[in-house]
Every structure is written in C-alpha cells, then in structure tokens.
Design a protein around this ligand. Structure first.
Ligand code: MN
Length: 260
C-alpha cells in the first residue's frame, strides 16, 4: 500500500510538472568591453519581474553559433548602447556629432535581429536596440539630433535618475504600445542623441516626442497577426528595475508572445 501511494504521488508530481507553463527564455544581446561580456542588470531584473528567464547572448560573428542560440530562446531583447556606424549601417558618411561606434557590435546586433525576426521570435529593441531594428530592416538614423534636427528642442539626454521620466511622448491610437500602456501620452526617461530618421519598410511609428523625434516603432504584422517586433527609444527597464511598474506591460507583452 505504501509503495502504491509513493508511485501515485510520483505520477501526480510528474503530471503537474508537465502541465505547469514553462517560463520563456529571453535572450539579451550583450556587449564585450575589455575582455568582459556585460549587460546592465536592469534588463535582467525587468525580464524576471515580467515572468521570463534571462539568457545573456555573448557577442559573436558566427551565425552557426547564433542559430543554435536562437533555437534555445523564446524571445529577444536588443539592449541599449553605442551609436550605430552610419557608413556600414545605412551608407552615410559619419557626421562630426557622431559618438562612439563599435563595428563588431553592429554586425552582431544586426545579424541577431534579422535571424530572430526571420525565425518568428518576438523582439523588443530598447534605445540602441530600436535603432538597430530600424537599420537592420532598411531604415536610417539621425546620427546626432542636436546638430541635425533644427526644430528639436527637447533634452533627449536627460540629467536625471533612470527611474524618472523627463519628457512626454504622444502614443499612436491603435498601436500595440497604446494597448499596452492604455494612455495617449506619458513621460519617459531619455538617454539618446540618435533616433530613427527614415523608417524601415514594414514598420510604423507608434510614439513621438513633442518635438517630433521618433520614440517607438513596431513592425506591421503579416496577415492580421499579432505584433512581434517593437522598438522603444526610452528605457522601460530603467523604471521597472527601480520599482515603477507603469511600463512593465512592455516586458509582459514580450513574455506573452514568447510563451506561445
Ligand atoms: Mn527621447
């Protein structure tokens, strides 16, 4: 009798384990500097808080390695960082206002973006990650907003804590971002001097600042499907990791899509 009940309980445990939904694995693009692979913990915190399992992806130029990584992950986050090389990225000469560029990281991020989208994985691009998405799919960037966009007067490189939104964005009706945030306008944090100029084909602009700078984009779904690719110019993870959940819905969308 004792033996039977042990078998019964073991079977019950197996059954409940197989029924429990698995937390999706979210790949996070990293950066290598001075022999160290790094990702800000704010991304890791936000993924965990939204119910995902973060997996840092080291920089590589090996597409075979990357293909194997993409078989493992259920969703992808392209993180923030340096400027995108305008010459390699979209065929423009570097302007004097261009900041630091890292060619290896551009190649890695662009390859990763294209492979993930082709595979049908949900992708969230944050800050540089949004810009990388736009470039990877045929768009261009302002290399330096202050010297290139005359009408832009908003301070997009804030001198304020990461958890604090300093400028407003207006959100497009009918967009995924609108359905997630549920508001027409909100304040976001801002740490950029580059932004989307010519939008990549197949994308729509879903948020802008009051001076007309692109603050969010999403890829138009094929055949009335769900939006699988979104980019934001601000840093939702900076707020989430500090305990402000007003932007947690962006990460929850990624986790939801990655769970399908
Ligand atoms: Mn901004």
């Amino acid at each position: 009798m004792k033996r039977i009940s042990i078998v019964f309980f073991a079977a019950l445990i197996c059954l409940s384990a197989s029924k429990a939904p698995k937390a999706p694995i979210i790949g996070v693009s990293s950066f290598a500097d001075s022999g160290v692979t790094s990702v800000s913990l704010t991304y890791i915190d936000a993924i965990k808080k939204a119910g995902g399992v973060p997996l840092v992806i080291p920089m590589t130029s090996d597409s075979t390695q990357l293909e194997r990584v993409l078989q493992t992950i259920d969703g992808l986050i392209l993180t923030g960082g340096e400027d995108v090389d305008p010459l390699q990225g979209y065929g423009e000469q570097p302007r004097r206002g261009l900041g630091t560029i890292v060619p290896e990281r551009d190649s890695f991020d662009i390859m990763l973006s294209k492979m993930a989208v082709k595979k049908g994985l949900p992708v969230l691009g944050i800050c540089r990650g949004e810009q990388v998405l736009n470039v990877a799919f045929g768009g261009t960037l302002y290399q330096d907003i202050p010297s290139q966009v005359k009408d832009s007067y908003v301070k997009h490189k804030q001198s304020a804590p990461r958890y604090y939104g300093t400028h407003s964005i207006n959100i497009k009706e009918g967009s995924l971002l609108k359905s997630i945030l549920g508001v027409d306008s909100t304040a976001v944090n801002s740490y950029h001097h580059q932004s989307v100029k010519d939008l990549a084909p197949g994308f729509i602009i879903t948020a802008t600042s009051v001076d007309g700078i692109v603050e969010a984009i999403e890829m138009i779904p094929s055949k009335k499907g769900e939006v699988m690719v979104m980019g934001v110019q601000f840093h939702p993870e900076g707020l989430i990791s500090s305990g402000d959940d007003s932007f947690l819905g962006i990460f929850q969308w990624l986790i939801r899509m990655a769970s399908k």
